[in-house]
Design a binder for this molecule. Sequence first.
Ligand code: SF4
Length: 429
Amino acid sequence: MKLLLISPGWPKGRLWGELGFKFPSLSLAAIAAATPPHWEVALCDENVEPLDVAGHADLVAITAMTPQAPRAYEIADQFRARGIRVVMGGFHASNLPDEALLHVDAVVVGEGDLVWPRLVSDFERGTLQPVYRPDAMLDMADLPVARREIFAGKGYLLTNTLQTTRGCPFDCEFCSVTAFYGRKYRERPVEQVLTELEVLRKQNSFAFFVDDNLVANRRYALSLFSAMKGMGFKWLSHAPIDFAGDPELMRAAGESGCIGMFVGFESLNQESLVAMGKVTNQATSYLEQAKVFRDHGIGILGSFVLGSDGDTPAIFEPILRFCEEARIEAAIFPILTPYPGTKVRERLEKEGRITSNDWRDYDMGHVNFIPRGMSAAELQAGHDWLNRSFYSFSSMYRRIFKLHRSVQVFAPMNFGFRSAIRRTAKVMG
Ligand code: SF4
């Protein structure tokens, strides 16, 4: 029996599709690990290779984020036209199972790890159900080690991605993490993580913890960082900005090899931060907190959400000035996007402010709602200007070309974003 796992391509001309550095799907490697051993498992990631829709498979499993959903549906339709059963999971199908079921035979709602063996056994018996929903959240001690061999030969820059925790204790209005993984924060035993890291370091000394908030349980994070000290890893992950207020944890992270964190600044306006539920952030402390990251050798990939109700056309320049003053190594500037499953979508729907449900445009680079403090055109123009300005050579020089250990990752990242933004602008005209 052959299982074909598919990661559909991003629509052409979208920033995330145009980026030269691609990360493999850890969730598909986890599904491969939960598949019975008598199955042959193969992966096709359309973002790095073409898909052969005429190829052999007994079962096809697709994961997709919202902007990939239309392509996922096209692929599913093509396989089903040949009589091949198709299953879909991931954030989009979990939030809109009825929509997905117009194109696929079964949907996995939420975490796939627990229900996958049951789904495969139902398929083998010819009793595949339309919806598979786990009764409980996965105990992280039961997380199988991802089968990374499915990534072989695909030219990924980095295959050492791993997950140590799931869930987030917070519930920001624009974020779908809590709806998917729950508010209960779950940690994988440190010894299991270390065993996996021991294997991974034979391949490469870089690692990326794909956790949504690696430091939400201080005791857990401290024991992980302390145990990693001396292993020789250089690693990246996600943490809120108030991580800077914990010198002991910061030091432990730096000493264990952390060279960069994805940090959600979201806004320089405290009222907007409160409205979006970003309780970890105090805008007046940003400059000082960013310096603490740098002092511990940890670079920042910052994120600023554009288009909240308190935002006007006056927000763009101050964000650029802040990034340069704080020497933020890299940043993304997502336009507020009302993803299915988020509280912001619920609110904007009630207010009659959603203007498009073309999922291809839910790529964080397009306006799909009526903003309050500016027009949609002003929001789009401000977003485009901020991207161009932040990744101009002069801004890159001001922010990153200083001696700092994170430059080895953030300099190529800046060039990668710069090229992708230029390609995106060309394709979108
Ligand atoms: S944005 Fe970050 S802090 Fe907020 S809910 Fe999502 S993962 Fe948690």
